[in-house]
Write a protein that binds this ligand. Structure first.
Ligand SMILES: [Zn+2]
Length: 256
């Protein structure tokens, strides 16, 4: 079985000097490719350096994370545009709106999100969306851009089936499913039953959101099979089917 982890911050300092070992462990677990979502200028170099050591396995992206939007947002956005010309990347992300951590820079978050949607369109790249307590705001902005073809993934999806149907009308959108699926009482466990497998991507969000049975430890890409197993159980299908279809989905969206 082959899997793809579509959201992994393996370059995070939580891995200190163990990021290469984590890549090897993932490949041994069948996770042959990993998308590395960008955060901001402070993490970018670590991401590209790691990705360069594993060019057939790790696929970096570029984007300013909504929780990193503050006073210096213009400089940060400039840095994104500058890096665009200097590195091969596979998506714009992670970008979006986060009303959970802070609303202090909400207007700037919206502006930064819009600019990055335009960059994705111009560069013909998919978008990785981070949405926290902001689904409505994000859908409204995507609606404003409905005239531009858009594609991407709602990472760590926690929305409803209805919201998924809204998304379907706005472009070529997938939802990212991770460790939360394995938690007791997670509403997404019911929601996934009504979302076609052809629209689902697997992700860990390493080092966060560790799936059961490793909950409480640092998350890593090699744990993807635990998420796939739970998804197979919820949908009443074989894990091999989950592996095959979600891998095809990721390859199609990110062109890897
Ligand atoms: Zn992330």
């Amino acid at each position: 079985m082959e899997f793809i982890d579509t959201h992994s911050h393996l370059y995070d300092e939580a891995f200190s000097s163990e990021e290469d070992i984590a890549v090897t462990r993932a490949v041994e677990a069948g996770v042959t490719k990993m998308i590395l979502p960008d955060i901001d200028a402070s993490t970018r170099e670590a991401m590209f350096t790691l990705a360069e050591r594993h060019p057939d396995t790790l696929f970096p992206t570029l984007g300013l994370h909504p929780t990193s939007v503050s006073q210096n947002w213009k400089e940060e956005l400039d840095a994104v545009e500058k890096s665009l010309g200097n590195h091969k990347i596979w998506a714009i992300g992670e970008v979006g709106i986060d009303c959970y951590w802070s609303k202090e820079f909400l207007e700037q978050q919206k502006e930064v999100f819009r600019v990055q949607l335009e960059i994705a369109h111009k560069s013909d790249l998919p978008v990785i969306i981070h949405s926290r307590e902001s689904t409505e705001l994000i859908i409204n902005i995507l609606r404003d851009y409905k005239h531009l073809p858009s594609r991407g993934v709602f990472h760590a999806y926690s929305g409803s089936v209805e919201t998924f149907h809204e998304l379907e009308k706005l472009g070529d959108w997938y939802i990212g499913i991770g460790g939360v699926l394995t938690y007791k009482k997670a509403s997404i466990a019911e929601t996934v039953k009504n979302i076609p497998l052809e629209r689902i991507l697997l992700e860990t969000d390493s080092p966060y959101l560790t799936p059961v049975p490793h909950r409480g430890k640092r998350n890593e890409s090699s744990y993807i099979p635990h998420i796939a197993e739970k998804l197979a159980l919820q949908k009443g299908i074989d894990i091999a089917e989950v592996a095959k279809v979600t891998t095809e989905n990721a390859k199609r969206l990110f062109r890897i």
